[in-house]
Design a protein around this ligand. Structure first.
Ligand SMILES: C[S@@+](CC[C@H](N)C(=O)[O-])C[C@H]1O[C@@H](n2cnc3c(N)ncnc32)[C@H](O)[C@@H]1O
Length: 497
Protein backbone atom coordinates (compact mmCIF):
# COMPACT_ATOMS: atom_id res chain seq x y z
CA UNK A 1 0.00 0.00 0.00
CA UNK A 2 1.38 3.40 -0.98
CA UNK A 3 2.62 5.46 1.91
CA UNK A 4 0.99 8.42 0.14
CA UNK A 5 -2.43 6.98 0.79
CA UNK A 6 -1.63 6.34 4.43
CA UNK A 7 -0.30 9.87 4.78
CA UNK A 8 -3.41 11.40 3.27
CA UNK A 9 -5.51 9.48 5.74
CA UNK A 10 -3.48 10.72 8.69
CA UNK A 11 -3.77 14.30 7.50
CA UNK A 12 -7.54 14.30 7.30
CA UNK A 13 -9.04 16.69 9.82
CA UNK A 14 -10.54 14.97 12.81
CA UNK A 15 -13.75 15.37 14.73
CA UNK A 16 -13.90 18.68 16.64
CA UNK A 17 -12.07 18.32 19.98
CA UNK A 18 -15.09 19.67 21.90
CA UNK A 19 -17.35 17.05 20.33
CA UNK A 20 -18.61 14.59 22.96
CA UNK A 21 -17.46 11.75 20.74
CA UNK A 22 -13.99 13.07 19.91
CA UNK A 23 -12.23 10.81 22.40
CA UNK A 24 -14.68 7.93 22.46
CA UNK A 25 -17.16 6.97 19.75
CA UNK A 26 -20.62 5.84 20.88
CA UNK A 27 -20.55 2.41 22.54
CA UNK A 28 -23.38 0.48 20.85
CA UNK A 29 -23.19 -2.45 23.27
CA UNK A 30 -23.57 -0.17 26.27
CA UNK A 31 -26.43 1.74 24.63
CA UNK A 32 -28.16 -1.55 23.80
CA UNK A 33 -27.92 -2.68 27.41
CA UNK A 34 -29.33 0.63 28.67
CA UNK A 35 -32.04 1.05 26.03
CA UNK A 36 -33.79 -2.24 25.15
CA UNK A 37 -35.49 -0.65 22.11
CA UNK A 38 -32.05 -0.23 20.56
CA UNK A 39 -31.02 -3.85 21.27
CA UNK A 40 -32.60 -5.45 18.15
CA UNK A 41 -30.61 -3.16 15.86
CA UNK A 42 -27.17 -4.01 17.22
CA UNK A 43 -25.19 -6.91 15.83
CA UNK A 44 -22.04 -8.36 17.25
CA UNK A 45 -19.03 -9.94 15.63
CA UNK A 46 -16.00 -11.52 17.27
CA UNK A 47 -13.45 -9.34 15.46
CA UNK A 48 -15.13 -5.96 15.34
CA UNK A 49 -16.94 -3.57 17.61
CA UNK A 50 -20.71 -4.00 17.88
CA UNK A 51 -22.40 -2.15 15.02
CA UNK A 52 -25.72 -1.41 13.38
CA UNK A 53 -26.96 -1.87 9.83
CA UNK A 54 -26.41 1.64 8.44
CA UNK A 55 -28.69 0.89 5.50
CA UNK A 56 -31.66 0.37 7.84
CA UNK A 57 -33.52 3.67 8.44
CA UNK A 58 -35.11 2.32 11.64
CA UNK A 59 -31.68 1.47 13.02
CA UNK A 60 -30.15 4.89 12.28
CA UNK A 61 -33.22 6.66 13.68
CA UNK A 62 -33.14 4.61 16.86
CA UNK A 63 -29.42 5.30 17.26
CA UNK A 64 -30.00 9.05 16.93
CA UNK A 65 -32.86 8.83 19.43
CA UNK A 66 -30.83 7.02 22.08
CA UNK A 67 -27.74 9.18 21.60
CA UNK A 68 -29.76 12.38 21.99
CA UNK A 69 -31.39 10.93 25.08
CA UNK A 70 -28.31 9.42 26.66
CA UNK A 71 -25.75 12.17 25.91
CA UNK A 72 -27.90 15.30 25.63
CA UNK A 73 -31.02 14.44 27.71
CA UNK A 74 -33.18 15.22 24.69
CA UNK A 75 -36.45 13.50 23.80
CA UNK A 76 -36.65 13.22 20.04
CA UNK A 77 -38.39 11.47 17.14
CA UNK A 78 -39.07 11.86 13.41
CA UNK A 79 -41.62 10.14 11.19
CA UNK A 80 -40.61 7.57 8.58
CA UNK A 81 -38.79 8.94 5.53
CA UNK A 82 -37.61 12.25 7.06
CA UNK A 83 -33.93 13.09 7.11
CA UNK A 84 -32.27 11.39 10.06
CA UNK A 85 -29.27 13.33 11.39
CA UNK A 86 -26.13 11.69 12.73
CA UNK A 87 -25.45 13.29 16.09
CA UNK A 88 -21.61 13.40 16.09
CA UNK A 89 -21.54 15.02 12.64
CA UNK A 90 -24.16 17.64 13.36
CA UNK A 91 -22.36 18.53 16.63
CA UNK A 92 -19.22 19.46 14.67
CA UNK A 93 -21.06 22.35 12.98
CA UNK A 94 -22.27 23.63 16.37
CA UNK A 95 -18.73 23.53 17.80
CA UNK A 96 -17.30 25.30 14.75
CA UNK A 97 -19.87 28.06 15.26
CA UNK A 98 -18.88 28.20 18.91
CA UNK A 99 -15.26 28.81 17.81
CA UNK A 100 -16.28 31.49 15.31
CA UNK A 101 -18.43 33.32 17.85
CA UNK A 102 -15.77 33.31 20.53
CA UNK A 103 -13.01 34.40 18.15
CA UNK A 104 -12.12 38.07 17.90
CA UNK A 105 -12.05 38.09 14.10
CA UNK A 106 -14.97 40.51 14.02
CA UNK A 107 -16.35 42.68 16.85
CA UNK A 108 -18.81 41.33 19.40
CA UNK A 109 -21.47 43.86 18.58
CA UNK A 110 -24.83 42.21 18.29
CA UNK A 111 -25.63 40.59 21.56
CA UNK A 112 -23.91 40.21 24.86
CA UNK A 113 -21.38 37.40 24.88
CA UNK A 114 -23.56 35.13 27.01
CA UNK A 115 -26.83 35.47 25.06
CA UNK A 116 -26.22 33.94 21.69
CA UNK A 117 -29.08 33.94 19.16
CA UNK A 118 -28.97 31.86 15.99
CA UNK A 119 -31.09 31.25 12.92
CA UNK A 120 -31.27 27.72 11.50
CA UNK A 121 -32.34 27.87 7.85
CA UNK A 122 -34.32 24.70 7.05
CA UNK A 123 -34.39 23.17 10.50
CA UNK A 124 -36.19 20.06 9.23
CA UNK A 125 -38.47 17.70 11.13
CA UNK A 126 -35.43 16.70 13.17
CA UNK A 127 -34.74 20.27 14.38
CA UNK A 128 -31.31 18.96 15.27
CA UNK A 129 -29.27 22.16 15.31
CA UNK A 130 -31.55 24.17 17.62
CA UNK A 131 -31.89 21.16 19.93
CA UNK A 132 -28.13 20.66 20.14
CA UNK A 133 -27.27 24.36 20.36
CA UNK A 134 -29.85 25.06 23.05
CA UNK A 135 -29.09 22.01 25.18
CA UNK A 136 -25.30 22.16 24.89
CA UNK A 137 -24.68 25.89 24.96
CA UNK A 138 -27.94 27.59 26.00
CA UNK A 139 -28.24 29.38 22.63
CA UNK A 140 -31.64 30.57 21.47
CA UNK A 141 -32.80 29.86 17.94
CA UNK A 142 -35.26 30.61 15.22
CA UNK A 143 -35.58 27.49 13.09
CA UNK A 144 -37.29 28.07 9.74
CA UNK A 145 -38.79 25.61 7.32
CA UNK A 146 -41.24 25.36 4.47
CA UNK A 147 -42.88 21.95 4.72
CA UNK A 148 -45.79 21.13 6.97
CA UNK A 149 -44.21 17.90 8.15
CA UNK A 150 -40.97 19.67 9.11
CA UNK A 151 -42.83 22.42 10.96
CA UNK A 152 -45.09 19.98 12.77
CA UNK A 153 -42.31 17.65 13.89
CA UNK A 154 -39.81 20.37 14.69
CA UNK A 155 -42.52 21.79 16.94
CA UNK A 156 -43.12 18.43 18.55
CA UNK A 157 -39.40 17.94 19.15
CA UNK A 158 -39.14 21.36 20.78
CA UNK A 159 -42.16 20.78 22.99
CA UNK A 160 -40.93 17.35 24.05
CA UNK A 161 -38.04 19.16 25.73
CA UNK A 162 -39.60 21.73 28.05
CA UNK A 163 -36.23 22.59 29.63
CA UNK A 164 -35.17 24.32 26.39
CA UNK A 165 -38.46 24.98 24.61
CA UNK A 166 -38.40 28.68 25.55
CA UNK A 167 -35.19 29.03 23.60
CA UNK A 168 -36.53 27.80 20.26
CA UNK A 169 -38.99 29.41 17.87
CA UNK A 170 -40.08 27.47 14.81
CA UNK A 171 -40.91 29.83 11.97
CA UNK A 172 -42.95 28.92 8.94
CA UNK A 173 -41.80 30.24 5.57
CA UNK A 174 -44.53 30.43 2.98
CA UNK A 175 -44.59 31.69 -0.52
CA UNK A 176 -47.28 31.72 -3.13
CA UNK A 177 -46.97 32.91 -6.65
CA UNK A 178 -47.88 36.51 -5.96
CA UNK A 179 -47.89 36.78 -2.24
CA UNK A 180 -45.46 36.23 0.49
CA UNK A 181 -46.29 35.37 4.01
CA UNK A 182 -44.10 34.26 6.81
CA UNK A 183 -45.53 33.20 10.09
CA UNK A 184 -43.62 32.91 13.30
CA UNK A 185 -44.53 30.03 15.52
CA UNK A 186 -43.10 30.58 18.98
CA UNK A 187 -43.06 27.32 20.79
CA UNK A 188 -42.70 27.17 24.53
CA UNK A 189 -42.63 30.90 25.26
CA UNK A 190 -46.17 31.22 24.00
CA UNK A 191 -47.34 28.93 26.78
CA UNK A 192 -46.57 31.74 29.20
CA UNK A 193 -48.13 34.64 27.38
CA UNK A 194 -51.33 32.86 26.60
CA UNK A 195 -51.51 33.99 22.99
CA UNK A 196 -51.62 30.53 21.46
CA UNK A 197 -52.94 28.40 18.67
CA UNK A 198 -52.88 24.65 18.26
CA UNK A 199 -50.57 23.37 15.57
CA UNK A 200 -50.54 19.66 16.08
CA UNK A 201 -51.72 17.67 19.04
CA UNK A 202 -50.43 19.30 22.17
CA UNK A 203 -48.23 21.82 20.39
CA UNK A 204 -49.18 25.39 21.13
CA UNK A 205 -47.93 28.25 19.07
CA UNK A 206 -48.11 31.99 18.79
CA UNK A 207 -48.45 33.30 15.27
CA UNK A 208 -46.78 36.58 14.52
CA UNK A 209 -46.72 37.99 11.04
CA UNK A 210 -43.48 39.27 9.59
CA UNK A 211 -43.44 42.79 8.15
CA UNK A 212 -43.70 42.35 4.42
CA UNK A 213 -40.85 43.36 2.13
CA UNK A 214 -41.16 44.42 -1.49
CA UNK A 215 -42.15 41.39 -3.49
CA UNK A 216 -39.59 41.98 -6.19
CA UNK A 217 -36.92 41.24 -3.61
CA UNK A 218 -38.24 37.73 -3.21
CA UNK A 219 -39.51 36.89 -6.62
CA UNK A 220 -37.10 38.61 -8.90
CA UNK A 221 -36.21 36.66 -11.98
CA UNK A 222 -33.33 34.64 -10.59
CA UNK A 223 -31.70 32.24 -13.01
CA UNK A 224 -30.83 29.73 -10.34
CA UNK A 225 -32.92 29.67 -7.20
CA UNK A 226 -36.68 29.67 -7.63
CA UNK A 227 -38.17 28.87 -4.31
CA UNK A 228 -39.57 30.29 -1.13
CA UNK A 229 -37.72 33.11 0.63
CA UNK A 230 -34.74 32.10 2.72
CA UNK A 231 -33.64 35.03 4.88
CA UNK A 232 -35.08 38.15 3.30
CA UNK A 233 -38.72 38.32 4.27
CA UNK A 234 -38.27 35.69 6.95
CA UNK A 235 -36.02 37.73 9.22
CA UNK A 236 -37.96 40.63 10.72
CA UNK A 237 -36.88 44.22 10.31
CA UNK A 238 -35.80 44.71 13.92
CA UNK A 239 -34.17 41.31 14.43
CA UNK A 240 -30.48 40.73 15.14
CA UNK A 241 -28.73 37.38 15.22
CA UNK A 242 -25.24 36.27 16.11
CA UNK A 243 -25.26 33.73 13.30
CA UNK A 244 -27.27 31.83 10.77
CA UNK A 245 -26.57 28.25 9.85
CA UNK A 246 -27.85 25.96 7.13
CA UNK A 247 -27.66 22.39 5.99
CA UNK A 248 -29.03 23.13 2.52
CA UNK A 249 -30.87 20.86 0.14
CA UNK A 250 -27.73 19.66 -1.63
CA UNK A 251 -29.09 18.27 -4.87
CA UNK A 252 -30.71 19.49 -8.07
CA UNK A 253 -32.79 16.37 -8.54
CA UNK A 254 -33.77 13.19 -6.71
CA UNK A 255 -31.73 11.23 -9.23
CA UNK A 256 -28.66 13.24 -8.29
CA UNK A 257 -29.40 12.71 -4.60
CA UNK A 258 -29.46 9.02 -5.44
CA UNK A 259 -29.31 6.56 -2.64
CA UNK A 260 -26.11 5.92 -0.83
CA UNK A 261 -26.17 2.13 -0.58
CA UNK A 262 -23.98 2.25 2.51
CA UNK A 263 -26.25 4.42 4.68
CA UNK A 264 -29.90 5.16 5.10
CA UNK A 265 -30.55 8.53 6.63
CA UNK A 266 -33.88 8.94 4.86
CA UNK A 267 -34.67 12.35 3.49
CA UNK A 268 -37.70 13.48 1.51
CA UNK A 269 -37.57 15.29 -1.82
CA UNK A 270 -38.16 18.66 -0.09
CA UNK A 271 -35.25 18.02 2.28
CA UNK A 272 -32.72 16.95 -0.30
CA UNK A 273 -33.56 18.79 -3.52
CA UNK A 274 -33.92 22.39 -4.69
CA UNK A 275 -33.79 23.89 -8.19
CA UNK A 276 -30.15 24.71 -8.87
CA UNK A 277 -28.97 22.55 -5.96
CA UNK A 278 -26.92 23.81 -3.04
CA UNK A 279 -25.03 26.32 -5.19
CA UNK A 280 -28.25 28.15 -6.00
CA UNK A 281 -29.55 27.88 -2.44
CA UNK A 282 -26.36 29.22 -0.86
CA UNK A 283 -26.05 31.90 -3.54
CA UNK A 284 -29.48 33.11 -2.46
CA UNK A 285 -28.32 33.17 1.17
CA UNK A 286 -25.32 35.26 0.03
CA UNK A 287 -27.57 37.67 -1.88
CA UNK A 288 -29.91 37.97 1.09
CA UNK A 289 -26.97 38.55 3.40
CA UNK A 290 -25.76 41.41 1.18
CA UNK A 291 -29.06 43.15 1.92
CA UNK A 292 -29.37 42.19 5.58
CA UNK A 293 -25.65 42.79 6.24
CA UNK A 294 -25.22 43.56 9.95
CA UNK A 295 -28.44 41.81 11.03
CA UNK A 296 -26.15 38.81 11.53
CA UNK A 297 -22.62 38.75 12.91
CA UNK A 298 -21.80 35.60 11.01
CA UNK A 299 -23.56 34.05 8.04
CA UNK A 300 -22.71 30.38 7.62
CA UNK A 301 -23.70 27.39 5.56
CA UNK A 302 -22.66 23.84 5.09
CA UNK A 303 -21.42 23.02 1.58
CA UNK A 304 -21.69 19.49 0.25
CA UNK A 305 -19.40 19.79 -2.76
CA UNK A 306 -15.89 21.09 -2.58
CA UNK A 307 -16.11 22.19 -6.21
CA UNK A 308 -18.78 24.75 -5.25
CA UNK A 309 -16.65 26.51 -2.65
CA UNK A 310 -14.46 28.49 -5.03
CA UNK A 311 -17.40 29.97 -6.90
CA UNK A 312 -19.27 30.76 -3.65
CA UNK A 313 -16.18 32.45 -2.18
CA UNK A 314 -15.86 34.61 -5.32
CA UNK A 315 -19.51 35.60 -4.99
CA UNK A 316 -18.87 36.54 -1.38
CA UNK A 317 -16.01 38.89 -2.24
CA UNK A 318 -18.11 40.30 -5.07
CA UNK A 319 -20.92 41.33 -2.70
CA UNK A 320 -18.45 43.04 -0.40
CA UNK A 321 -17.96 40.74 2.59
CA UNK A 322 -15.09 41.58 4.88
CA UNK A 323 -14.22 38.09 6.12
CA UNK A 324 -14.52 34.57 4.70
CA UNK A 325 -13.75 31.43 6.68
CA UNK A 326 -13.97 27.81 5.64
CA UNK A 327 -13.58 24.53 7.44
CA UNK A 328 -13.83 20.84 6.62
CA UNK A 329 -16.20 18.61 8.56
CA UNK A 330 -15.39 14.94 8.84
CA UNK A 331 -18.53 12.88 8.33
CA UNK A 332 -17.47 9.27 8.36
CA UNK A 333 -16.23 8.61 4.86
CA UNK A 334 -17.78 11.68 3.28
CA UNK A 335 -16.65 15.29 3.64
CA UNK A 336 -18.64 18.43 4.09
CA UNK A 337 -17.38 21.98 4.28
CA UNK A 338 -18.39 24.93 6.39
CA UNK A 339 -18.46 28.39 4.83
CA UNK A 340 -18.73 31.54 6.97
CA UNK A 341 -18.72 35.23 6.14
CA UNK A 342 -19.43 38.57 7.66
CA UNK A 343 -19.93 42.19 6.73
CA UNK A 344 -18.49 43.51 9.97
CA UNK A 345 -15.05 45.09 9.81
CA UNK A 346 -12.40 42.62 10.97
CA UNK A 347 -10.84 43.51 14.29
CA UNK A 348 -7.36 42.78 12.95
CA UNK A 349 -7.33 45.87 10.74
CA UNK A 350 -5.98 48.51 13.06
CA UNK A 351 -4.80 50.89 10.39
CA UNK A 352 -5.58 54.57 10.75
CA UNK A 353 -8.52 55.42 8.55
CA UNK A 354 -6.51 58.10 6.77
CA UNK A 355 -4.26 55.55 5.06
CA UNK A 356 -4.90 55.66 1.32
CA UNK A 357 -5.90 52.65 -0.80
CA UNK A 358 -2.36 52.00 -2.09
CA UNK A 359 -1.20 51.33 1.46
CA UNK A 360 -2.99 47.99 1.34
CA UNK A 361 -1.92 45.35 -1.12
CA UNK A 362 -2.94 41.73 -1.46
CA UNK A 363 -2.58 38.65 -3.60
CA UNK A 364 -3.88 35.10 -3.58
CA UNK A 365 -1.66 32.07 -3.28
CA UNK A 366 -3.55 29.32 -5.06
CA UNK A 367 -2.80 25.66 -5.66
CA UNK A 368 -0.98 25.15 -2.38
CA UNK A 369 -0.07 21.61 -1.51
CA UNK A 370 -1.96 20.06 1.36
CA UNK A 371 0.94 20.16 3.77
CA UNK A 372 1.35 23.93 3.31
CA UNK A 373 -0.85 25.95 5.63
CA UNK A 374 -1.03 29.63 6.55
CA UNK A 375 1.59 29.17 9.23
CA UNK A 376 4.12 27.82 6.73
CA UNK A 377 3.58 30.85 4.53
CA UNK A 378 3.99 33.16 7.53
CA UNK A 379 7.26 31.43 8.40
CA UNK A 380 8.43 31.88 4.83
CA UNK A 381 7.56 35.60 5.02
CA UNK A 382 9.57 35.84 8.22
CA UNK A 383 12.61 34.09 6.78
CA UNK A 384 12.42 36.08 3.53
CA UNK A 385 12.83 39.34 5.41
CA UNK A 386 15.21 37.93 8.03
CA UNK A 387 17.50 36.82 5.20
CA UNK A 388 17.80 40.45 4.22
CA UNK A 389 18.56 41.39 7.82
CA UNK A 390 15.14 43.01 8.26
CA UNK A 391 13.77 42.84 11.81
CA UNK A 392 10.35 41.18 11.85
CA UNK A 393 7.99 39.56 14.35
CA UNK A 394 5.74 36.62 13.59
CA UNK A 395 2.50 36.47 15.58
CA UNK A 396 1.00 33.01 15.13
CA UNK A 397 -2.30 33.82 16.83
CA UNK A 398 -3.13 36.80 14.62
CA UNK A 399 -1.41 35.19 11.58
CA UNK A 400 0.66 38.28 10.94
CA UNK A 401 4.30 39.25 10.48
CA UNK A 402 5.30 42.79 11.42
CA UNK A 403 8.21 44.08 9.37
CA UNK A 404 10.31 47.20 9.86
CA UNK A 405 12.83 47.71 7.05
CA UNK A 406 15.45 50.37 6.78
CA UNK A 407 16.17 52.11 3.48
CA UNK A 408 19.27 49.97 2.84
CA UNK A 409 17.40 46.78 3.60
CA UNK A 410 14.65 47.80 1.19
CA UNK A 411 17.26 48.53 -1.40
CA UNK A 412 18.89 45.14 -0.97
CA UNK A 413 15.54 43.37 -1.31
CA UNK A 414 14.71 45.28 -4.45
CA UNK A 415 18.10 44.55 -5.99
CA UNK A 416 17.95 40.92 -4.84
CA UNK A 417 21.21 41.52 -3.01
CA UNK A 418 22.49 39.68 0.02
CA UNK A 419 21.73 41.28 3.37
CA UNK A 420 23.56 44.41 4.35
CA UNK A 421 24.18 46.02 7.69
CA UNK A 422 21.75 48.68 8.69
CA UNK A 423 23.86 51.80 8.63
CA UNK A 424 21.10 54.03 7.45
CA UNK A 425 21.95 56.88 9.78
CA UNK A 426 25.24 57.37 7.94
CA UNK A 427 23.76 57.41 4.47
CA UNK A 428 23.07 60.46 2.44
CA UNK A 429 19.80 60.53 0.55
CA UNK A 430 20.19 59.00 -2.94
CA UNK A 431 17.93 59.26 -5.92
CA UNK A 432 16.46 56.36 -7.82
CA UNK A 433 18.31 55.73 -11.07
CA UNK A 434 17.24 54.04 -14.25
CA UNK A 435 20.05 51.46 -13.98
CA UNK A 436 18.57 50.22 -10.70
CA UNK A 437 21.58 51.12 -8.60
CA UNK A 438 19.23 52.55 -6.01
CA UNK A 439 15.48 52.17 -6.07
CA UNK A 440 14.78 54.61 -3.30
CA UNK A 441 15.00 58.18 -2.37
CA UNK A 442 16.77 57.39 0.83
CA UNK A 443 16.46 59.08 4.17
CA UNK A 444 17.13 57.69 7.61
CA UNK A 445 13.55 56.49 8.15
CA UNK A 446 12.07 53.02 8.35
CA UNK A 447 9.32 51.31 6.39
CA UNK A 448 6.98 49.55 8.84
CA UNK A 449 4.35 47.25 7.37
CA UNK A 450 2.32 44.18 8.34
CA UNK A 451 1.84 41.00 6.32
CA UNK A 452 -1.32 38.97 7.17
CA UNK A 453 -2.22 35.54 5.86
CA UNK A 454 -5.83 34.32 5.68
CA UNK A 455 -7.07 30.86 4.77
CA UNK A 456 -9.66 31.15 2.00
CA UNK A 457 -10.51 27.63 0.93
CA UNK A 458 -8.35 24.55 1.29
CA UNK A 459 -5.30 25.18 -0.91
CA UNK A 460 -5.84 28.92 -1.25
CA UNK A 461 -4.47 31.68 0.96
CA UNK A 462 -4.93 35.43 0.83
CA UNK A 463 -1.77 37.41 1.65
CA UNK A 464 -2.32 41.04 2.60
CA UNK A 465 0.21 43.76 3.20
CA UNK A 466 -0.64 46.94 5.10
CA UNK A 467 1.61 49.91 5.35
CA UNK A 468 1.63 51.03 8.97
CA UNK A 469 3.08 54.52 8.52
CA UNK A 470 2.17 56.22 5.30
CA UNK A 471 4.20 59.29 6.23
CA UNK A 472 7.44 57.36 6.08
CA UNK A 473 9.65 58.99 3.43
CA UNK A 474 10.32 55.57 1.94
CA UNK A 475 6.65 54.49 1.85
CA UNK A 476 6.89 54.44 -1.96
CA UNK A 477 8.98 51.27 -1.65
CA UNK A 478 6.13 49.38 -0.03
CA UNK A 479 4.39 48.21 -3.19
CA UNK A 480 7.70 47.16 -4.80
CA UNK A 481 8.76 45.21 -1.71
CA UNK A 482 5.38 43.54 -1.56
CA UNK A 483 5.63 42.48 -5.20
CA UNK A 484 9.06 40.95 -4.46
CA UNK A 485 7.53 39.05 -1.56
CA UNK A 486 4.73 37.81 -3.83
CA UNK A 487 7.26 36.50 -6.37
CA UNK A 488 9.21 34.70 -3.67
CA UNK A 489 6.12 33.09 -2.10
CA UNK A 490 4.72 32.01 -5.44
CA UNK A 491 7.93 30.30 -6.44
CA UNK A 492 8.09 28.60 -3.04
CA UNK A 493 4.54 27.40 -2.69
CA UNK A 494 2.47 27.41 -5.84
CA UNK A 495 2.26 24.34 -7.99
CA UNK A 496 0.77 26.19 -10.95
CA UNK A 497 3.02 28.91 -12.27
C1 LIG B 1 -31.12 18.99 4.14
S1 LIG B 1 -32.53 19.46 5.07
C2 LIG B 1 -31.79 19.89 6.61
C3 LIG B 1 -32.61 19.51 7.81
C4 LIG B 1 -31.83 19.67 9.13
N1 LIG B 1 -31.41 21.02 9.34
C5 LIG B 1 -30.66 18.73 9.17
O1 LIG B 1 -29.51 19.19 9.21
O2 LIG B 1 -30.86 17.51 9.19
C6 LIG B 1 -32.98 20.98 4.32
C7 LIG B 1 -34.24 21.62 4.89
O3 LIG B 1 -34.43 22.91 4.30
C8 LIG B 1 -35.83 23.10 4.13
N2 LIG B 1 -36.00 24.21 3.18
C9 LIG B 1 -35.97 24.19 1.82
N3 LIG B 1 -36.15 25.44 1.35
C10 LIG B 1 -36.28 26.27 2.41
C11 LIG B 1 -36.47 27.67 2.58
N4 LIG B 1 -36.59 28.48 1.55
N5 LIG B 1 -36.54 28.16 3.84
C12 LIG B 1 -36.43 27.34 4.91
N6 LIG B 1 -36.25 26.01 4.81
C13 LIG B 1 -36.18 25.48 3.58
C14 LIG B 1 -36.33 21.75 3.70
O4 LIG B 1 -37.72 21.61 3.89
C15 LIG B 1 -35.51 20.84 4.62
O5 LIG B 1 -36.19 20.60 5.83
Amino acid sequence: MGSKKRKRKEERPTIHPKNKYSQKPPDFAQLASLYPSFQPFVYYSPHARPNIDWTDFNATRELTRVLLLHDYSLTWWIPDGQLCPTVPNRSNYIHWLEDLLSSDIIPHTISTRDKVRGFDIGTGANCIYPLLGASLLGWSFVGSDVTDVALEWAGRNVNSNPHISDLIEIRKVESHENTLSVEGLHYGESVHNGNNIDVSGNVIAEVSPVPSLPLDLHFRNDKNYRGPPILLGVVRDDEKFDFCMCNPPFFESLEEAGLNPKTSCGGSREEMVCPGGEKAFITRIIEDSAVLKHSFRWYTSMVGRKSNIKCLVSKLWAVGVTVVKTTEFVQGKTCRWGLAWSFLPPVQKKLPSSIPEKSNMSFMLEGLQRQHSAIHVLQAVESYFSLHGVPCTLNSSSFTVDVKASKDQCDSILKNEPPITDNSTQCEPKSATSDGSSYLNITSDKLPFRVSVFQQIPGTLLVKGSLQERNSPISGAFSLIFQKLEEALRSNFCREK
